[in-house]
Design a protein around this ligand. Structure first.
Ligand code: NAP
Length: 263
């Protein structure tokens, strides 16, 4: 708990895509570093639970049910956030749904379109809508990417396509928004060891008659540190990039994967 200071002291963070995994942890870690937090996703119940957790750290939270693929919904988010908190210093684009895991050659175009609509255009819509507020505060954007940037494994084609476009967009926006004092960076997590992956490993363990520990060790064996990064470690990389410690860093992508891929 750090209500009186921290790397994001008295800043306002908008987090798009607050789910049970990284989104929730980002909200809590930003608050622990002194930020007030605006929580945006479609599920009101979850937002309100996370808002209560944020408030228990001593910071303010605003739960705004939002669909980032919808113009009016995003306009309402921006209006509510600026009316309630008066400023926005940080936008984290984290929203995510499981993409099509079919080979690209058999993926229906609509699934590719849906993935681009959320990952790329959703992040762009929020960035465009918050640019005036971010210019005023000298704020920054952090786009959550993925290690899928670093490999071309089968079945990850749709996901890679969308995240690669997100990276390209982040770099172009860094150039375009830099003159207004807005920094735009990316964090590319490897596997994230948190409740979402834990649930998936439990499912796999039951299916194949092995233990979660065996799956963890097998997965972590590919990394230098022989472990998987935690949700908190990913969130802390985002906070670093958003903080004054990274004031000269823009247009960059920080890989957080315990050394699984060297970039
Ligand atoms: N999990 C991993 O191992 C992993 C690895 C590498 C990268 N990543 C990246 O890390 C980020 C977070 O992943 P996570 O699994 O931890 O997810 P999360 O933060 O638990 O949840 C993301 C949330 O985004 C929200 N969302 C989806 N569509 C939306 C929309 N149209 N408008 C607003 N919100 C929307 C969903 O909530 P609602 O349904 O309530 O809207 C979802 O719960 C993603 O960008 C992902 O690509 C994850």
């Amino acid at each position: 708990m750090n209500p009186g200071g921290g790397l994001l002291h008295d800043r306002v963070a908008v987090i798009s895509g607050v789910g049970p995994g990284l989104g929730r942890t980002l909200a809590l870690r930003c608050a622990m570093q002194g930020a007030d937090v605006v929580l945006a996703a479609r599920t009101r119940d979850r937002l309100e639970k996370v808002a209560a957790e944020v408030e228990s750290t001593g910071r303010r939270a605003l739960a705004v049910p939002t669909d980032i693929t919808d113009d009016e919904s995003v306009a309402a988010l921006v209006e509510t956030a600026t009316a309630q908190f008066g400023r926005v210093d940080l936008l984290v684009n984290n929203a995510f749904t499981v993409p099509s895991m079919k080979p690209l050659a058999r993926t229906e175009f609509q699934q590719v379109r849906d993935s681009l609509e959320l990952t790329v255009l959703g992040a762009l819509r929020l960035t465009q809508s918050l640019t005036p507020a971010l210019a005023e505060s000298g704020g920054s954007v952090v786009n959550i990417n993925s290690m899928v940037l670093r490999h071309s494994q089968e079945r990850y084609g749709s996901y890679k396509l969308a995240k690669s476009a997100l990276l390209a967009m982040s770099r172009s926006l860094a150039t375009e928004l830099g003159p207004q004092g807005i920094r735009v960076n990316s964090v590319a997590p490897g596997y994230i060891w948190g409740p979402v992956l834990q649930g998936y490993f439990e499912h796999q363990a039951g299916k194949y008659g092995i233990t979660v520990e065996q799956i963890y060790e097998h997965t972590a064996a590919a990394s230098d540190l022989k472990r998987l990064p935690t949700t908190e470690e990913i969130a802390d990389a985002v906070i670093f990039l958003a903080s004054p410690m990274a004031s000269a860093i823009t247009g960059q992508c920080l890989d957080v994967n315990c050394g699984e891929y060297h970039h």
